[in-house]
Design a protein around this ligand. Structure first.
Ligand code: SF4
Length: 423
């Protein structure tokens, strides 16, 4: 893989269109911005492993639906990503009378609904949990005193542009701030959008240099924005540069792409992720229906490419705020080879109050799932502390101190008292 700065023509300076936009995602030799990608002619990888696998072992397009996954409603699919109020109205996702109010939201916050996501929305359901995540609401322009523009304090923990260093042994690299979709509850909603946030070549190299100069960092977490919106060439450069650092043991990528725009998971992208370091992809999904047949195919491709898959979700009112919805979500994740990792308490970003579920309710929901689903399906329920003090587990607890021992509740109803061991 190339190890130097990108040729200028490879920079994703323009907004990266989702699949369904002008550039077909599987078109070889094009980058995410639709520009010619000179890197497309490079060797697939040092051993050509991904290319060989892709050439000889095609993945079936339509694996069976995971048990418990509600069927996706059959819907028409728009040809392009919907990016404004008019497009949402024309696609039947907002009432015509709501156009002006939604246009006002669009002046402040980015909108994107990919064809893949639009196809999941039941237009006959005014409370559709997919629409609720992505279709803007006038309530977004109402901010409460508790809401913060930078709720987890990325800014104060940014040593160089594009890097966030909060914990001693890991750091974030944010190579761009564009996403395939813009979630209405996003904690970085004040900064994400299609128009900005791509680290220019010098800034990206400076960020990578920061990782080279910081040997206590063992894990590089690519986030954004969505790193899988980068061209395979640029993403491959970043993965290769991090992989060449002896102290980097783990590369983690946070992405919505496998569920929101699964056609982007191409052989070229899999090749970009080829590394001898441990590489985890943390898939953001909040409802079982996001695991469409195409999403499951994309995740299978990633798994076959050696990528370990984790899931992260946000507990959201009207999306997954019931034990049944969480059970279906986590079962759908597992059946798609994705291990539920984090369930996030909502970060109080501006205009997101309608999504908040109280912590006590979240703990009760998690408690209801314990014993009802396999332990593999149980994520850690966490709150990212405002101020950037890190993620704290919220419980629920099953053990309570009692004198010289512990009373431990069983998930199936019993309880056990365990005395401390003598000495
Ligand atoms: S994909 Fe992630 S970063 Fe992008 S809008 Fe959604 S929550 Fe925010």
């Amino acid at each position: 893989m190339p190890d130097g700065p990108f040729p200028r023509q490879d920079r994703p300076d323009a907004p990266a269109p989702a699949s369904g936009d002008a550039t077909p995602p599987d078109t070889p030799g094009r980058d995410a911005a639709g520009a010619p990608d000179p890197g497309a002619t490079r060797p697939a990888s040092p051993d050509g492993a991904h290319a060989a696998r892709a050439a000889t072992a095609p993945v079936p397009r339509d694996p069976p639906a995971p048990p418990g996954t509600p069927p996706s409603p059959p819907r028409g699919t728009p040809a392009r990503t919907l990016r404004d109020a008019d497009a949402l109205r024309d696609a039947g996702l907002i009432d015509p009378e709501a156009r002006a109010a939604i246009a006002a939201v669009a002046e402040r916050y980015a909108i994107a609904v990919t064809p893949a996501v639009a196809a999941l929305i039941d237009r006959d359901d005014p409370a559709d949990p997919i629409a609720r995540q992505f279709v803007p609401d006038p309530a977004e322009l109402r901010t409460t005193p508790q809401e913060l523009a930078d709720p987890i304090a990325d800014g104060p923990h940014t040593p160089v542009p594009g890097v966030v260093h909060r914990y001693p042994d890991r750091a974030l690299l944010k190579p761009l701030l564009a996403c395939p979709v813009y979630c209405r509850f996003c904690f970085r909603r004040e900064v994400v959008g299609p128009d900005g946030g791509v680290l220019a070549e010098p800034a990206l190299e400076a960020a990578l240099d920061w990782f080279r100069r910081t040997p206590q960092v063992r894990e590089a977490i690519l986030t954004g924005g969505d790193p899988l919106m980068l061209s395979p060439r640029r993403l491959g450069h970043i993965v290769a540069a991090l992989s060449a650092m002896p102290h980097i043991e783990i590369i983690r990528i946070h992405s919505r792409v496998p569920v929101a725009d699964p056609a982007r998971i191409t052989p070229a992208l899999l090749d970009a992720l080829d590394t001898d370091k441990a590489l985890f992809l943390c898939v953001h999904a909040n409802h079982a229906r996001e695991f469409s047949a195409d999403a499951r195919t994309a995740l299978r491709r990633l798994a076959r490419g050696g990528v370990a898959l984790l899931g992260q979700s946000v507990l959201l009112r009207g999306v997954n705020d019931s034990a049944a919805a969480l059970e279906a979500l986590f079962r759908a994740m597992l059946a798609s080879r994705v291990k539920p990792y984090y369930l996030h308490q909502l970060d109080r970003a501006p205009g997101t109050a309608r999504f908040e579920v109280p912590i006590a309710e979240g703990r009760a929901l998690l408690r209801a799932l314990r014993g009802r689903v396999t332990g593999l399906a149980w994520p850690t329920y966490v709150l990212d502390l405002p101020g950037g003090e890190g993620k704290a587990p919220l419980g629920p607890e099953f053990a309570a101190r009692d004198g010289a021992g512990w009373v431990v509740e069983g998930p199936l109803g019993g309880a056990w008292r365990q005395e401390d061991a003598p000495g």
